[in-house]
Structure formats: structure tokens, C-alpha cells
Design a protein around this ligand. Structure first.
Ligand code: NAD
Length: 393
């Protein structure tokens, strides 16, 4: 029997369960590339419930306890005296969400001799030290595609919010004002702009598809080039690297995983090569950007705005400068945790656990690390390697 340590974000401040705005979820029957939605044998929750917080427990407790496993759920994850560190020593499985990541550093993994499986309830497993997972034979899996479309929608929302300068306009109304000149002197149309997408995987491609009808010129880079037919359909200009991409765009959206290659990429130097007054929306990972370089760029006008929902560390400290810098459209890490996404990543987490306990293969698309090497999606999106030829699909 296994001990599963599940780290989730805290409950709503007003108590659990919260009142819900709607009675059902939108109907989604498959992912855009034909990948099937999660296929656990059963679920013990009603889709639409808040599952990602401590009391939601990803709906896992009835099943896990019926199977004889031990489930520990906590949001107390940081520091040596945290419940997470205390429970880690005999945990077989750790489950965490990128929104409230339980950082599995090399030091922490050394304190977890029984740990064999780290599941990301969501997408993006950089909070696990993947090199150490490889060395220690820990399997790392995530619920690929569970929230990709939600993140793409959030990206489009933030691009429009920045370019049109929505947030100050709303504040004018909320404050009882009506000065149109104040409201529009930084407001532009997205139509006619050059947009650059850094990494055209599941999210980046969905952003391309959603922005295409806005009458923009679309550019992208990725180490896997998209099929020619896709490039032609969206009029995409491919760039060999991000340096070439950022020079030619007004809006940059960022969708690569956080790796040794992408950490700190959005630096003073790179930002200095962009057009004055560019916009960046980064819902990938906060550490892809140099925190203070972004602040300098929005303060001196090199960037007209910066938005996203990812920070480092998370939760962001109260004095993180991105909370208060000018022209920011930041949200807490929410884009991938809408109620429909929660239903999918909760079901996908159970699917991964069912496979693990049954000793059957975890779907390759869910795998990041397995058997001491990058595997599945990990081999495609995380492993360090030279640019590959055009993707097959
Ligand atoms: P994906 O695996 O489908 O796509 C990642 C793409 O990045 C791949 O096409 C890969 O080739 C490309 N890539 C990797 N390294 C690169 C590099 N150095 N240069 C150029 N391209 C590179 O993943 P996805 O579902 O599109 O998610 C992308 C990332 O978004 C995740 O890794 C995660 O960090 C982040 N994410 C954030 C949220 C959120 O809630 N904000 C939710 C899901 C994912």
C-alpha cells in the first residue's frame, strides 16, 4: 500500500465549497489533436466542483482509501518545517500543481528515499528537479493537454487587455470617472500588429489559431517546426530562434517549458532588441523572464506592457515588483486552473495513478521522465537537444 502526498492550494477564504456561478461545464469531448480526454475507470467528484484546493482533494480520497492507500493532503509546502517536508520521508508518490508548486529540489528528493512517482496535476513539471528524478529513477508525469486551451484563452485575453489598455479603462469606470482622453491615450488595435509566438506546442499553436482571425501577421519559433500546411494556413513566418523572432514583432507570447535553455531568456539584452512599446504575455513560467529586466523595460517604455500568470517563486511574495510595476496585466497562476481544467487534471491524475498501481504503462503523452531518461512529452519538449526537423503532425 502506498502513501500519497498531495499538495494543493488553500481553500477559498470564504469556506468550502464555494457557491458556483454555473450548474454545468461546457461540453468538450476530445483534444484538438485527437488525443482522448483522461480515461480513469471512474471518478468520485462532480465535474465543475472546485477540486484543486485542499478540501477538493482532486476527488481522490474515496478511491485511494478504498484501495488501502494513505492520502495526505496539505497546502503547507515551503521550508524545512512544512508539513510537506515532514511527510516526504516515507511518501511513495507526490502530487503537486504548478499553481501551488511543491518544489522537489535535489535536497528534498534526497530526503524521500521511497519516492517513485511525481505527478503534476496540470502541465509543466519544472518544479521537480528533473535531472535528479532521472538520476534517482523517479517517474515524472503530467496531465498533458488538460488545461492547454484554457491557457491559450487566457493568453488571448491578456494580449487584448494590454494592447487595448483595458485595465486602466475599467478602473476609471469603477472609480466613477469618465475622462475618455485619459482612457485612450495608450489604447491600440491588435489588428495590423505583428505577433510572435515563442514555442508552438499545444498552447502556442492554440494561441496562433485563436489570434489568426484578428488580422495580425503571425510569427513563431520552436525547435520543432510546424507542418508546412499549418504554416500556410495561418500565414506563419518561422524564425530560427527567439532572437530573430522578437526583433520583428509588436506582441510576444511565451509558451516554452522552463528548462536550462529557456531560464532567464527574457533579459535586458533581448528586450533591448525589441521594438519600443512591445507587449509580452508570458503564461509559461515566470523564471523564463529576468524579473528585474521586465520591471526596467516597462518603466522605461521599452515594453508597453507585460502580462501573464506565472511568477517565481510561487506564491509570489507580497512585495514582488510585478504586482505593482506600470502597465502590468498580471494574474495569480490561474489560467490553467479553471473548473473545466480541474475536472480534466483531476481525472488525469487518477488515470496516471491507476496505471501506476496496476503496473500498466502510463500514456506516453503524460510522461516527462521514466526509466532514468526523458520520455514521451518530456523527450519532445524538455530534453536538451539540437533543433529537430519539421513535426509530423
Ligand atoms: P507542449 O509540450 O505541447 O509544448 C512545448 C513546446 O515548447 C514544444 O513544441 C517544444 O518543442 C517547445 N520548446 C521547448 N524548448 C524550446 C526551446 N528552447 N526553444 C523553442 N521551443 C522550445 O506544452 P504546452 O502544453 O504547450 O505547455 C507549454 C508550457 O506552458 C508548459 O511547459 C508549462 O510550463 C506552461 N503551462 C502553463 C500553464 C498555466 O497555467 N499558466 C498551464 C499549462 C502549461
Amino acid at each position: 500500500m502506498a502513501k500519497i502526498l498531495l499538495v494543493l492550494y488553500p481553500d477559498p477564504t470564504t469556506g468550502y465549497p464555494p457557491p458556483y456561478a454555473r450548474d454545468s461545464l461546457p461540453v468538450v469531448t476530445s483534444y484538438p489533436n485527437g488525443q482522448t480526454l483522461p480515461t480513469p475507470s471512474a471518478i468520485d467528484f462532480a465535474p465543475g466542483e472546485l477540486l484543486g484546493c485542499v478540501s477538493g482533494e482532486l476527488g481522490l480520497r474515496p478511491w485511494l482509501e478504498a484501495e488501502g492507500h494513505t492520502l495526505v493532503v496539505t497546502s503547507d509546502k515551503d521550508g524545512e518545517s512544512s508539513r510537506f517536508e515532514q511527510e516526504l520521508s516515507d511518501a511513495d508518490v507526490v502530487i503537486s500543481q504548478p499553481f501551488w508548486p511543491a518544489y522537489l529540489s535535489p535536497e528534498r528528493m534526497a530526503k524521500a528515499p521511497k519516492l517513485k512517482l511525481a505527478i503534476t496535476a496540470g502541465i509543466g513539471s519544472d518544479h521537480v528537479d528533473l535531472a535528479t528524478a532521472i538520476d534517482r529513477g523517479v517517474t515524472v508525469a503530467e496531465v498533458t493537454y488538460s488545461n492547454s486551451i484554457g491557457v491559450a484563452e487566457h493568453t488571448v485575453m491578456q494580449v487584448l487587455a494590454l494592447v487595448r489598455d483595458f485595465i486602466p479603462q475599467h478602473q476609471i469606470v469603477a472609480n466613477g470617472g469618465w475622462n475618455i482622453a485619459d482612457a485612450v491615450h495608450r489604447s491600440y488595435d491588435l489588428e495590423g500588429m505583428d505577433v510572435g509566438v515563442f514555442a508552438a506546442g499545444r498552447i502556442g499553436r492554440a494561441v496562433i489559431e485563436r489570434l489568426s482571425p484578428f488580422g495580425v501577421r503571425l510569427n513563431y519559433t520552436d525547435r520543432h517546426r510546424l507542418p508546412l500546411e499549418v504554416e500556410e494556413r495561418y500565414g506563419l513566418t518561422f524564425h530560427d530562434d527567439i532572437r530573430s523572432l522578437v526583433r520583428d514583432v509588436d506582441v510576444l507570447t511565451v509558451h516554452a517549458p522552463l528548462t536550462d535553455e529557456t531560464r532567464g531568456l527574457l533579459s535586458d539584452e533581448l528586450l533591448g532588441t525589441m521594438r519600443r512599446g512591445s507587449y509580452i504575455v508570458n503564461p509559461a513560467r515566470g523564471a523564463i523572464a529576468d524579473r528585474d529586466a521586465i520591471v526596467r523595460a516597462v518603466e522605461n517604455g521599452q515594453l508597453a506592457g507585460y502580462a501573464g500568470d506565472v511568477w517565481f517563486p510561487q506564491p509570489a511574495p507580497a512585495d514582488h515588483p510585478w504586482r505593482t510595476m506600470p502597465h502590468n496585466g498580471m494574474t495569480p497562476h490561474t489560467s490553467g486552473s479553471s473548473l473545466p481544467s480541474q475536472a480534466r487534471y483531476a481525472a488525469g491524475t487518477r488515470e496516471i495513478l491507476e496505471s501506476w498501481f496496476a503496473g500498466t504503462p502510463i500514456r506516453p503523452e503524460y510522461l516527462i521522465v521514466e526509466g532514468g531518461r526523458y520520455s514521451g512529452t518530456g523527450a519532445h519538449s524538455y530534453a536538451s537537444r539540437p533543433p529537430a526537423p519539421r513535426a509530423a503532425t
